[in-house]
Design a binder for this molecule. Sequence first.
Ligand code: HEM
Length: 414
Amino acid sequence: MAEMQEVLDPYSIPLDEFDVSDPQLYENDAHWPYFERLRKEAPIHYCKDSLFGPYWSITRYADIMDIEKDTLTYSSFPAVVMGDQDPKFTVEQFIAMDPPKHDSQRKAVTAAVSPKSLSQLEPVIRRRVAGIMSELPLGVKFDWVERVSIELTTQMLATLFDFPFERRSKLTFWSDMATSSEEIAGDDSVSAVDRQAALQECLAEFTAIWQERAHQSPVGKTDFITLMAHSSAFANMGPMEFLGNLLLLIVGGNDTTRNSLSGGVLMLNENPAEYEKLCLDQSLIPSMVSEIIRYQTPVMHMRRTAAKDTQFKGHNIKAGDKVILWYVSANRDEAKIMRPDEFIIDRQGVRNHISFGFGVHRCMGNRLAEMQLRIVWEEIMKRFRRVQVVDIPKRLKSNFIRGITELPVVLIPH
Ligand code: HEM
């Protein structure tokens, strides 16, 4: 089936055989015409069988907003990705909870990314970006993903958790392990046994950090673990809920920002007129950052699960049905976004994308992500005339994270 979808024209496949959960589609960047057809002809579409069981696809912007607003009917529990967790290894996390428990846990950790924390983080991030960039070779091919995107997001994670800086690559390792799951998102690069062993190690290390911080004064500290250890919202948490929330905070800020950093380089290479615009007017960077996040859509979907039998636009959705909100499609919905398939760094209403979701779960780290990307582009423009992509990028095989795993570039100085 996966093989067939790669080569077939989606307009020649009967709609009731459409399965956009196929991770191969995304590795090949071949999903766009499937979603175009779904938006036009079957915006609320039922797939009766897939690797992840039956599911509904919601592909238009306005419909996704309606569903995100109705948390009583469309629950975030038990999971926000297509696949179900291994019943013997089930984590809990506030992104996959409904109000009121969701609200109190989220509130307890938002201080880490409040405007005040962000203004303290800005000079730290700028120093780190400068450090990373000053080490990069000029005129020689290297992988941007490894040297810049991963390194920078890893450094940021270490700061947000106040994790030992020299051991920071562990955070990226755990994050990659958490998202590398065939059952959950179709990434078959890691075995379930290795994955669970890595996540147990993550839990053990952070349990020790928690115990240490729980006995220290929280005054003036806004790292995630101190905030959790001193909040009643997390007081009665079991180990799998601690692990789930850790993974949420690790993964949330990792893959997403990483892939926006890589995606932006690729977009500016593929759209030379937009790069010209940027060179002429660098005050466009904040607007460009939002456009990069829309165009990349690093989180391609969120799942909701029907909490009761319901009707949506004439379709009967049954209690327990999986309802997939395809942000990657909604961000290309011509009914909401003008010329949606074009990358336009100064487009009007540039922040009106849905890459950060909507409603009570709207991304908690959205301002931090935008700030990181803004700083990176400010520093790139100071140092280099071009970041030139010199080979075809490799993409992640996943229906959840829209990822670039390799991006060979050459830096050309001013
Ligand atoms: C470009 C970067 C990012 C993108 C595209 C992104 C995307 C998302 C999306 C789609 C959601 C779910 C929204 C919904 O269900 O309506 C989300 C939630 C979340 N994000 Fe992000 N994210 C990014 C960066 C970050 C960063 C840097 C952090 C760091 C702390 C972060 C932390 C979170 C958390 C904790 C949640 C759960 C919020 C909740 O359930 O209330 N994200 N993000």
